[in-house]
Design a protein around this ligand. Structure first.
Ligand code: CTP
Ligand code: MG
Length: 221
């Protein structure tokens, strides 16, 4: 059995909107519906685990039942941090298998990306999508800043994909502020990260400007 944990437990503070961004309507469909649709097209029997804010449980059940009436989702309340929300999601994984962990705020994944992640996670234990840096970068320090080689850096995306036993062991660690994604958690537990090619359009909607960008992407898709 393969699983996709869809992280929708955040408040979207940087978006400065009334509703969490993952439930806002983009071209008439809630943001979270786009990536769920892609996972179900990719593998119709994948077990989807929806991690949500406690006060949205009823609303999200109704919403997903409307878009995917025949699907058997699992729902679980998120935690105060992304790490805690992933831990919550992992409680719903029952057997060995591959686990995709995906930000609900990234609507523009595709089946090629999911296939790369699945294949490479089966082979290497984990698959972390990333893209190259386009901008010039500078490292700041107390006295100013210095140019750094952008070829030494990658921008990390989701779905980050793992064999379940690796996640289970890694998420037993004490939470650290350095855990900004799942790769950082399993790396701290001693595993080597395996990068796969990400997708430029796979943006994480974070700020009002990203919302404008998302509206353009959905229009071109
Ligand atoms: N997330 C979560 N539980 C949390 C925090 C985040 O499930 N406690 C999810 C978000 O819903 C989002 C994804 O993790 O889909 C990526 O996080 P981010 O973009 O930071 O979303 P928010 O934390 O909601 O936004 P902000 O940091 O601006 O408040
Ligand atoms: Mg956040």
């Amino acid at each position: 059995m393969n699983y996709a944990i869809i992280l929708a437990g955040g408040k979207g503070q940087r978006m400065e909107s009334d509703r969490p961004k993952q439930f806002m309507l983009l071209q008439g469909r809630p943001v979270i519906v786009y990536s769920i649709d892609c996972f179900l097209r990719f593998q119709k029997d994948i077990q989807l685990i929806i991690v949500h804010p406690s006060e949205f449980e009823q609303e999200i059940r109704l919403m997903l039942n409307k878009y995917f009436p025949s699907n058997n989702f699992k729902f679980i309340e998120g935690g105060d941090t992304r790490f805690q929300s992933v831990k919550q999601g992992l409680k719903c994984v029952e057997k060995e298998g591959i686990v995709f962990i995906h930000d609900a705020a990234r609507p523009f994944i595709d089946s090629h990306l999911l296939n790369r992640c699945l294949e490479q996670a089966l082979h290497h234990g984990n698959a972390i999508p990333a893209i190259r840096v386009k901008d010039s970068l500078r490292k700041t320090h107390r006295k100013g800043s210095e140019a750094v080689d952008r070829n030494l850096f990658l921008v990390i995306q989701t779905p980050q994909t793992f064999q379940y036993n690796i996640l289970q062991k890694s998420f037993e660690q004490t939470e650290s502020t350095s855990f900004t994604d799942d790769a950082s958690v399993i790396e701290k537990a001693g595993y080597t990260i395996h990068i796969v090619e990400g997708l430029e359009k796979n943006i994480k909607i974070t700020t009002p400007f990203d919302w404008l960008l998302a509206a353009c992407i959905v229009h071109e898709n």
